[in-house]
Design a protein around this ligand. Structure first.
Ligand SMILES: [Zn+2]
Ligand SMILES: [Zn+2]
Length: 237
């Protein structure tokens, strides 16, 4: 892994154990925090312990467990917030009230410095990540993909063995299936991903065994049409 252009550490935050990830450019040690849902002092200490300089805050979607600490991290460090897609503004507006409901009272509304869209590129030190717009769990959900490192942070789009919930306001199950099969799968079976909650996996492993979006499930949906019964989704996000 010595020649890898990026490094990453996962730091689960909030009572929802959301996978906040610190990623950095191996050459310049410039770092981004993806989805700082909370526990900002702990995240800042981890950045310092690794000898990194924070350069960016990246947000996959507007849910409080992913974005509730963004405003505080920006206030303390002055670095810009990039993401999510503008269709998540209504979720950002609700961060404070949903934080109170879900046991994250310190969650705060933030103002992004840059809305992201499908095909955008975000830079970090001397390297860059590609942005894909993957709606369904929320309408403005984006994911961050590093092509050379075969690494993606996918938020609540896809989990090991499950997919994001779509029973929230403006959630859309078909949009989510289309985003996963139409945008994530073409990136390659070898891509390792950090989901919003729970353990890492690869796109290839999910294609083989995920009961919601694995190749067998997609095939059964096509064959059975309206008769197809989607398994019950008990995912954490
Ligand atoms: Zn989540
Ligand atoms: Zn979510």
């Amino acid at each position: 892994m010595a020649d890898m252009p990026i490094r990453a550490v996962i730091a689960p935050v909030t009572p929802l154990q959301q996978n906040c990830t610190i990623v950095w450019c191996a050459k310049t040690l410039k770092a981004a925090v993806i989805d700082p849902g909370g526990e900002i002092p702990r995240l800042m200490k981890a950045i310092e312990d690794q000898g990194l300089t924070l350069e960016k805050i990246w947000i996959t979607h507007g849910h409080m467990d992913h974005a509730g600490g963004a405003a505080e991290l920006k206030r303390l460090t002055g670095v810009p917030i990039e993401g999510p897609h503008k269709d998540d503004q209504f979720w950002i507006d609700r961060i404070q009230e949903s934080g109170e409901m879900y046991g994250i009272p310190e969650a705060r509304i933030f103002v992004t410095d840059r809305w992201l869209d499908d095909g955008d590129v975000v830079t970090l030190g001397e390297t860059q990540f590609e942005v894909l717009h993957c709606p369904g769990h929320t309408p403005g959900h984006v994911i961050f993909f590093h092509r050379q490192a075969r690494f993606a942070q996918v938020g609540d789009v896809l989990f090991k063995g499950s997919i994001g919930r779509t029973d929230f306001p403006r959630g859309n199950h078909q949009d989510l299936l289309d985003a996963i099969t139409g945008k994530l799968w073409p990136l390659g079976d070898d891509v390792q991903f950090v989901p919003g909650h729970g353990p890492m996996s690869t796109f290839g492993a999910e294609r083989r065994s995920n009961p919601f979006v694995g190749d067998r499930a997609i095939e059964a949906m096509a064959l059975q049409g309206k008769a197809y019964e989607t398994p019950v989704n008990r995912s954490p996000g």
